[in-house]
Write a protein that binds this ligand. Structure first.
Ligand code: 3HC
Length: 707
């Protein structure tokens, strides 16, 4: 049996068709660029061929360089001999025919061609920045020449995927084909039409659009300024800007050299390593060890939510936003009216901001149907309970669901901590019951924690994972324990935040460290946003359930003073009327000083490093316990939860990947030292010690051990 070559040349009369066939997405793995080059040479040498088409087999044109090859010391071919360099120099016209995706190196090769056509549903883009690099295959030099430096800057610095229609309007592609099935024929017809065109259009030879940069030289600084906040601590977005700037100031060949230098600065930097890791961890998360590939998935065409509170409303919006009709059940008419109003207000805010069209808001609202009886939701494919966090009422809801829901319906609870098995015990079908833990605000946050009870069927978990992805979430499966994986691994961070203050640290100092680390907001500022009353109610509930629950005396004192956060103009910070800027408050400093003294803690200074490590190491240790108990499947799943549930900076990979940068040995030694100094809460996890002793990175830790 002969293997299918990665790239082949087919002849359709006088048109040579170069087909890239490297499933699943035609990445430019070793052999692919070489194959393109060989087929191109063959086409140019064959007198019977007058023009060529470059097309991808399967579902994509080319999704870019093979990301798995980065950082492995691969040899990069010299400038001038890469596939896009040679496409650009082809004697005969080449038409790129784009289906699915032309991303990164895919679009770069397409821009090396003389013409581009695409299927209407296709997307093009240069998303390299999202994996910490820049388009290093001529993309930063050709795109500004094709669409002007301003649009190119925006596309390259954001990395966004541009739909075919928009790409046509921008001039990235020359024509759109309605139906994927017609792409090959249309591309061949296009190639026939342009077979005799000379001189051929070549992006590299056309500098007209670059004049825009001369007319508006401030655009590069303006872009640097506009990304300063979100690109903090990162290099790739800035190198992208420098490369586009080079396109506008240097001749094409020099620009390619500059692009290459700027690329090399990035490829092996920690930022790129972390972002590549996050890319693959996000895909790995879909593979749940106990779910067979051929597991049948329960289709979800209609959904229901029980409870029209903030979480219930947000969950209903997630369904409506994804085109799935959803019924929302609430017993009290007042609560229902408030819940629907909150949903309307949320959508209206998006319309006001310009991120949602008014007609789209109406379409989404029309998908949300308020109902007041269980009978009205009985035929839904999935129901998510989202009432308040108490076991008895939740069990009552599940008993009702058991009585009315059609057989096979997925019965899910949005509990953030309660025992899924006990909830399931209220039904006669625990195999259909699972946790579906959304994060607030549920219509915005991407994480969906999918919790398996002892009796949950694997196909229930598989179906919920799929459902999560269908509504735009990143689904992560885990086991059942108090707080599950995300909140349980985060809890020691919160405890340590409180203890640092009890030792005399100030909220603004802790927040500054975490913002500098890369969080969009400091944890105390987030507390003010969420409301100190919410935190207080949660602690009260947990203290009632757990006699060992640790008190947070400072947070409690602020709550008693009526400082609920932004909504009362004072919390961890004080706020001016109508302004969300947090200002350090001497009143809070005084409360902290007082309580620290009551606890016998003498005033002392804290280094930024101590603050960062106290918060994050506490969570790393807990994450090790979670893995050890088999509650999380792999360390990278925990990382994905931190990225999508808690705003952990993506360019640091995630909690465990970040800890690898310090190393299990150093983390263990520090935790062991704190165990001596502070006592039981710092007892090192068994798995942590094993990783330290064996020199196994955190990221290789799996459920139950370090394998
Ligand atoms: N390299 C290696 N593997 C890739 C890949 C790539 N560029 N793109 C996708 N894959 C793999 C995925 O890991 C996944 O593998 P798995 O099945 O083993 O988990 C498989 O292909 C399918 O991918 P998805 O599950 O992501 O499929 P989707 O349909 O959801 O998404 C996609 C398709 C939009 C193409 C998405 O995979 C994607 O965004 N890929 C990365 C695109 C990218 O960043 N391109 C630029 C690369 S860098 C570059 O080109 C440098 C150049 O400038 C020099």
């Amino acid at each position: 049996m002969t293997e299918t070559p990665l790239v082949r040349l087919e002849r359709h009369d006088s048109i040579g068709v170069i087909i890239v066939d490297n499933p699943p997405v035609n990445a430019l793995s070793p052999g692919v660029p070489e194959g393109i080059i060989a087929c191109l040479a063959e086409g140019n040498a064959d007198p019977a061929i007058r023009a060529m088409v470059l097309i991808g087999a399967g579902r994509a044109f080319i999704a870019g360089a093979d990301i798995r090859q980065f950082g492995r010391g691969r040899v990069r071919p010299p400038i001038g001999s890469r596939s896009h360099d040679l496409l650009d120099r082809s004697e005969k016209p080449v038409v790129a025919a784009i289906r699915g995706f032309a991303l990164g190196g895919g679009l770069e090769n397409a821009m090396g061609c003389n013409y581009r056509i695409a299927v209407r549903g296709a997307k093009v883009g240069l998303p390299e920045v999202l994996i910490g690099i820049l388009p290093g295959g001529g993309g930063t030099q050709r795109l500004p020449r094709l669409v002007g430096p301003k649009v190119a800057l925006e596309m390259i610095v954001s990395g966004r995927h541009v739909p075919a229609e928009e790409a046509l309007a921008l001039g990235i592609i020359d024509a759109v084909v309605d139906d994927d099935a017609d792409l090959m024929a249309e591309a061949i017809a296009f190639a026939r039409r342009v077979a005799n065109t000379r001189p051929l259009p070549r992006i590299s030879a056309d500098d007209r659009k670059l004049a825009e940069a001369k007319a508006e030289p401030g655009m590069f600084d303006a872009m640097r300024k506009s990304i300063a906040r979100r690109a903090r601590n990162q290099k790739a977005p800035y190198n992208c800007i420098l490369a586009v700037e080079a396109a506008c100031t240097l001749p094409f060949a020099e620009g390619l050299k500059r692009e290459s230098e700027l690329f090399q600065e990035l490829e092996n930097a920690p930022e790129a390593q972390a972002l590549r890791y996050a890319f693959f961890a996000e895909r790995e998360v879909a593979r749940v060890p106990y779910i067979a590939k051929d597991t049948s998935i329960r289709p979800v065409a209609t959904a229901a939510v029980v409870g029209a509170g903030t979480m219930g409303g947000g969950i209903a919006m997630s369904f409506a936003d994804s085109g799935i009709p959803v019924r929302i059940l609430e017993a009290s008419p007042d609560a229902m009216a408030r819940g629907m109003q909150r949903i309307r207000d949320n959508y209206a805010t998006s319309v006001k901001r310009g991120s949602l069209a008014a007609a789209e808001m109406e379409a989404r609202l029309a998908r949300i149907q308020p109902v007041d009886t269980y009978a009205a939701i009985a035929d839904s494919d999935v129901v998510i309970e989202a009432i308040f966090e108490e076991m008895a009422p939740k069990k009552q809801v599940f008993a009702q669901l058991d009585a009315v829901m059609k057989p096979g319906a997925l019965l899910l609870s949005n509990t953030s901590a309660l025992d899924i098995d006990e909830i399931a015990s209220a039904t006669g079908r625990p195999q259909d019951v699972a946790g579906a833990h959304f994060f607030s605000p549920a219509n915005v946050m991407k994480l969906l924690e999918v919790v398996r009870g002892a009796k949950t069927a694997p196909d229930t978990i598989a179906s919920v994972m799929k459902l999560g992805r269908a509504i735009g979430k990143v689904s992560v499966a885990c086991g059942n324990c108090d707080g599950f994986v995300a909140n349980r691994s985060r809890a020691p961070f919160n405890t340590e935040m409180s203890i640092l203050l009890e030792e005399g640290a100030l909220p603004e100092q802790v927040d500054a460290v975490m913002v500098e680390f890369g969080y969009p907001m400091g944890p105390f500022a987030v507390g003010d946003l969420a409301g100190l009353d919410i935190g207080h109610a949660g602690r009260k509930r947990r203290a009632a359930a757990d006699p060992n629950y640790r008190k947070q005396p400072i947070a409690d004192r602020l709550f008693e003073m009526g400082r609920y956060g932004q909504k009362t103009g004072a919390g961890w910070y004080r706020y001016e009327k109508g302004d969300r800027t947090p200002h350090p408050d001497p009143v809070v400093a005084e409360v902290i000083r007082g309580i620290a003294a009551e606890l016998g803690n003498a005033p002392r200074a804290f280094t930024d490093d101590e603050i960062l490590r106290r918060l994050l190491f506490a969570s790393v240790n807990e994450a090790c316990k979670i893995l050890e108990e088999g509650i999380a499947h792999r360390a990278s799943d925990i990382d994905i939860m931190w990225l999508h549930g808690f705003g952990f900076p993506r360019y640091r990979g995630g909690l465990m990947f970040w800890a690898d940068g310090i190393g299990p040995r150093a983390v263990y030694d520090q935790i062991a030292a704190w165990h001596q100094r502070y006592g039981a809460r710092w007892a090192p996890a068994r798995l942590l010690r094993e990783l330290a002793d064996s020199g196994t990175p955190f990221r290789d830790a799996r459920s139950g051990g370090a394998a």
